[in-house]
Design a protein around this ligand. Structure first.
Ligand code: SF4
Length: 456
């Protein structure tokens, strides 16, 4: 008898009881459901974390966290109560295993990375870069990345209500950390947003705008509504996607009366003009999908958005197994009506090697997920190849598994390649984590590292 590799079970969503944490023992449901209360009580340092968990976390864990902030972190600490409450949801802070449960927890592993999580020998890949996707090089105007022929990414602001340890935009997003200073926009926000709209008005080939950041939940609602309203006035724009991890991390924001009413106005206009208005969120673990997250998604559907889709990130120790990915997809789909859409391989930013998987692992995961979810809700696992863009993980032209280098081609040119006759035939490299390579591959990289300036 052959066992089914994955067993589907319908799970009821549950909001973990925040009152199990000593610092929030007296917090009422009304406070918890207030976006203002959530924002005011975000945890930004170990002192605040201690105050929430009481004596629950051992000192060695807190020292591990502080060491990471001092020596490795590319993102500063910022986690809303809603997200923190989903860490080790079933273990009371008074339990002896509380710290161990935190060490092992998937949400903790990417939102509050500790020094001992990092890969000791190769914490960063030799080819890692701060702006690993070279988005700033492709800015048509400041903050507007024009990488694909028909679509653009508009980075409206450089902040989020939560900071993820693996953030791809670590170059730009968030506060400086002990080791990473952040790039600053040169133009004032109003001038930058006006320049974006001006570019889109004179570039009718762009039909699809990802309105992002950062996280649009950090833009004052009237400012976001006026930017999206201006986009809706541009006849050539047919797709608008608002990027907000806060739909999961701070669902209270999307449930506020002001935001619901504003989204209803935007969705009505979008529908009348035949434009698809959707929300893209970022959920990496099934336990993050709680009833409040489902309510926020439902509120957006009731406001009239076309869809709410999830773009997760494939992270070792968080979700890099078929069962975890499928559990997450079913929680999104069954519990919240959120469409599983993409899982990106974690980008090659500094400090990410312990999270990253090899291309071969990603291909195996994609294959293992096929056939369980409806076809329309089966997410694609994609590799965002520098200078190329998103490619399905099975699209590599070739893959040297000893040195961990895959080679990719592209089928469109960006402004960067105009005049480059080889743009469509060149192979662009992407790299597996060195510590996962066979011994001769690792030795090859050690030799490379001894010869500065040489990159494969
Ligand atoms: S929400 Fe997105 S932009 Fe913000 S820190 Fe997380 S990954 Fe980066």
């Amino acid at each position: 008898m052959v066992e089914q590799p994955y067993q589907y079970r319908r799970r009821e969503l549950a909001e973990p009881d925040w009152r199990r944490l000593p610092g929030w023992a007296g917090v009422t449901a009304a406070e918890w459901e207030s976006a203002q209360w959530q924002r005011a009580h975000c945890v930004k340092n170990t002192r605040q974390l201690r105050a929430v968990v009481g004596g629950g976390l051992r000192e060695d864990f807190l020292a591990d966290l502080e060491r990471d902030q001092r020596e490795q972190a590319t993102m500063s600490m910022l986690i809303p109560p809603q997200m923190l409450n989903t860490i080790a949801p079933d273990v009371p802070a008074s339990c002896a295993s509380f710290t161990d449960a935190w060490y092992a927890d998937p949400v903790r592993r990417y939102m509050l990375p500790v020094f001992s999580d990092r890969e000791p020998q190769w914490p960063s890949h030799p080819c890692a870069q701060r702006d690993s996707l070279h988005e700033a090089e492709m800015w048509a105007v400041e903050g507007l990345t024009h990488r694909y022929p028909t679509k653009v990414l508009a980075e409206l602001l450089p902040t989020c209500p939560q900071y993820c340890g693996h953030c791809t935009r670590m170059d730009l997003v968030g506060n400086p950390t002990a080791t990473v200073d952040k790039h600053k926009f040169g133009l004032a926000r109003e001038d930058r947003l006006a320049a974006m709209l001006d570019y889109l008005r004179r570039t009718p080939g762009v039909r699809d705008v990802v309105v992002s950041g950062g996280d649009v939940a950090n833009l004052p609602w009237p400012r976001l509504e006026s930017f999206v309203s201006a986009l809706l006035e541009i006849e050539s724009v047919r797709d608008i996607r608002l990027a907000s991890k806060a739909l999961m991390g701070l669902p209270q924001h999307w449930l506020s009366a002001q935001v619901q009413a504003g989204m209803a106005r935007l969705a009505t206009t979008a529908r009348s003009r035949g434009v698809s208005l959707a929300i893209h969120t970022h959920v990496n673990a099934a336990q993050s999908v709680t009833p409040l997250v489902a309510s926020a998604a439902r509120a957006m559907f009731e406001a009239g958005v076309r869809d709410v889709r999830n773009q997760g990130v494939l992270l070792r120790g968080v979700n890099a197994s078929a069962s975890r990915l499928l559990d997450l997809c079913f929680a999104l789909l069954d519990g919240a009506g959120i469409m599983p859409y993409y899982f990106y391989m974690c980008d090659m930013i500094p400090g990410a090697e312990h999270w990253r998987v090899t291309l071969g692992e990603a291909q195996d995961l994609q294959s293992a997920m096929m056939g369980y979810l409806p076809g329309y809700a089966t997410p694609r696992l994609v590799c965002d190849v520098p200078y190329v863009g998103k490619r399905w993980v099975h699209q590599a032209a070739r893959h040297d598994t000893t040195r961990g280098i895959s080679y990719w081609t592209k089928n469109y040119v960006t402004a960067l390649e105009s005049g480059d006759d080889l743009a469509l035939s060149r192979e662009y490299p992407y790299y597996d984590p060195v510590h996962l390579l066979p011994a001769d591959g690792q030795e090859w990289w050690r030799a490379q590292a001894r010869r500065p300036g040489l990159v494969a």
